[in-house]
Design a protein around this ligand. Structure first.
Ligand SMILES: [Ca+2]
Ligand SMILES: [Ca+2]
Ligand SMILES: [Ca+2]
Ligand SMILES: [Ca+2]
Length: 437
C-alpha cells in the first residue's frame, strides 16, 4: 500500500511538474514585440502589420534612426524607433496580438520625450485596445508637461489619468511597463504603471508608480495603438520616441523572454552535396537578414546546421513579422548567397528552399548538380570571389595533406586533396563571385 501510494504520488508530482513546465513556457513567451528593425520610413503604416485606424493622413508616425537604447532591456538598441510629432489630425495606427480576456496583460516600451512645445498640456502616444473593431483606447500612458524640459507620467485605465509624482526629463530614455488586470466583477479591473530610470526590475514591484481602477472594464485586449493625433493627445507639436514595444501575460515573460521566429531553410552546398546519393555532408551555416534598401543593414543573424538533406532551422528574435528582408547564407567556404527577393516572416515562421531552381538565389547564382541547385563554394578566404588566392591556399593545404575541419576542405570530407583543388579551380575559372543587390 505504502509503495503504491508513493508511486501514485510520485506520478502526480511528475505530471504536475511537466504540466507546470509546459504551461509556464507557453505562458512566458511574449504575445508581441516590435523593435522597428526595418529601414527609416516616412510612415509606419503598412509594414510589420501596422495599419491606420480611422482616416489615413499625411501626419504620419515615422520611423527614424537610431533606435532607443536602455541598458539591460531586451528591446534596446535594435534597429530604429517610432517617432511622434503630435500633429493635428495625426494618424492613429494599430497592430494586433492574440486576444486576452483574463489575467494580466503587460505592455513595456522605451520612451524619450524630446521636446515639449509651449502649447503642450497632457496627452498620450501609446495604449492598448479591445480586439477587432471596438476602440476604447484603454491603458493609456500619459505625458503631462510640467515645463519645457520636464514632465510626469501617468496611467489611464478608461476615463481618468492617475499620475506618478515623479518628475522626468526630456531627451532621456525611460523604461515604462504598464498593465491591465482583469478581475471578476464590474468596473473593478486595474491598470498599473511602472517607470524605471535605470535597470530592468527582475520581478514586478510591489507598489506601482500609479494605478487606476476608474471607469468601465473592457471585454478583452487584443490591439495596440500608436497615436499621433494631438486633438486626442494634447501634446501638440511635441516630439516623442517610443521603441522596443513588448506585450505579454507575465512580468518576466514580457521583459525577459523572446519570441522565437523560425526560418526553415533548405540549401545545398556544391562541394558537400553528392548528387548520386542525394545527400549532403552536414555543416554549420550562418543566415543574415538584411534591410531591403541600400546599404542593406543587418537586421538579425542566426547560426545552425544544415543536415544531410540540406535542411536547417534558424531562430531569430530581433525582427518581426511582415517586414521584408533579404536572406543571406554564409558558410566557411561557400560564396555568400542572397535570396532572389526580399522575404517576410508570417506568424513567426518563414520557409525557404533554394534548391528547386537557380532563380531562388539573387542573380540566379547557383549551380545545378543532378536535379538540385546548390550554393557555389570554393571561396576559401571568404572575400566574395573564387580566384587564384583560394586556389593557392587549397593547393598548399592539399600539398600538406591537411585534415580536419579546415576552410580549404571544400568537399566536407575533413581532408584536403585533389578533389578540393579541382572544385576551386573550376569555380575560379568561371569567376564565381557574390551576386547581390
Ligand atoms: Ca528599435
Ligand atoms: Ca472586472
Ligand atoms: Ca576568395
Ligand atoms: Ca575535401
Amino acid at each position: 500500500m505504502r509503495t503504491k501510494t508513493s508511486q501514485v504520488f510520485g506520478t502526480f508530482i511528475m505530471s504536475a511538474i511537466l504540466f507546470l513546465n509546459f504551461y509556464g513556457n507557453s505562458q512566458s513567451q511574449p504575445l508581441f514585440t516590435e523593435n522597428f528593425n526595418f529601414p527609416v520610413r516616412d510612415s509606419l503604416e503598412n509594414i510589420g502589420q501596422w495599419y491606420a485606424t480611422g482616416p489615413s493622413t499625411n501626419k504620419n508616425i515615422k520611423v527614424t534612426s537610431p533606435g532607443l537604447v536602455y541598458t539591460g532591456y531586451l528591446g534596446s538598441g535594435i534597429g530604429n524607433t517610432a517617432f511622434f510629432s503630435n500633429q493635428s489630425n495625426g494618424d492613429v495606427i494599430l497592430n494586433s496580438f492574440p486576444t486576452q480576456n483574463s489575467g494580466t496583460v503587460y505592455l513595456s516600451f522605451m520612451i524619450s520625450v524630446d521636446s515639449l512645445t509651449a502649447a503642450a498640456t497632457e496627452g498620450f502616444n501609446i495604449c492598448l485596445d479591445e480586439a477587432g473593431g471596438n476602440t476604447n483606447f484603454n491603458t493609456r500612458v500619459y505625458i503631462k508637461k510640467i515645463n519645457s524640459t520636464s514632465f510626469n507620467i501617468g496611467i489611464r485605465k478608461y476615463d481618468q489619468v492617475k499620475y506618478s509624482p515623479a518628475v522626468y526629463s526630456k531627451n532621456t530614455t525611460y523604461l515604462v511597463v504598464c498593465s491591465y488586470t482583469f478581475i471578476n466583477g464590474v468596473s473593478n479591473d486595474i491598470a498599473r504603471l511602472y517607470v524605471s530610470t535605470s535597470g530592468v526590475p527582475a520581478t514586478e514591484p510591489l507598489v506601482p508608480a500609479a494605478a487606476d481602477t476608474a471607469g468601465l472594464d473592457v471585454d478583452n485586449i487584443g490591439d495596440i495603438i500608436l497615436n499621433n493625433a494631438f486633438l486626442q493627445t494634447g501634446l501638440q507639436g511635441s516630439s516623442v520616441k517610443i521603441d522596443g514595444i513588448r506585450i505579454g501575460t507575465t512580468w518576466t515573460g514580457t521583459l525577459f523572454q523572446q519570441i522565437n521566429r523560425q526560418l526553415n531553410l533548405k540549401a545545398l552546398i556544391q562541394g558537400f552535396y553528392n548528387s548520386s546519393t542525394g545527400k549532403m555532408i552536414k555543416d554549420t551555416v550562418s543566415v543574415y537578414l538584411r534591410y531591403n534598401v541600400s546599404p542593406y543593414n543587418i537586421a538579425d543573424s542566426s547560426k545552425a546546421v544544415l543536415d544531410s538533406n540540406g535542411n536547417g532551422s534558424f531562430i531569430f528574435n530581433r525582427i518581426g513579422n511582415n517586414a521584408p528582408y533579404y536572406m543571406i547564407v554564409r558558410h566557411r567556404n561557400t560564396i555568400e548567397t542572397w535570396s532572389h527577393n526580399t522575404l517576410m516572416f508570417d506568424n513567426n515562421v518563414l520557409n525557404f528552399d533554394f534548391t528547386p531552381s537557380s532563380v531562388y538565389a539573387f542573380g540566379s547564382n547557383q549551380i545545378l548538380k543532378g536535379s538540385k541547385y546548390c550554393l557555389y563554394n570554393g571561396d576559401v578566404n571568404q572575400d566574395g570571389i573564387v580566384d587564384a588566392t583560394d586556389q593557392s591556399e587549397t593547393d598548399n593545404s592539399a600539398y600538406n595533406a591537411l585534415t580536419g575541419y579546415v576552410r580549404s576542405d571544400v568537399t566536407g570530407d575533413n581532408f584536403v586533396d585533389g578533389a578540393d583543388l579541382s572544385l576551386v579551380e573550376n569555380n575560379a575559372n568561371n569567376s564565381v563571385s557574390i551576386v547581390r543587390p
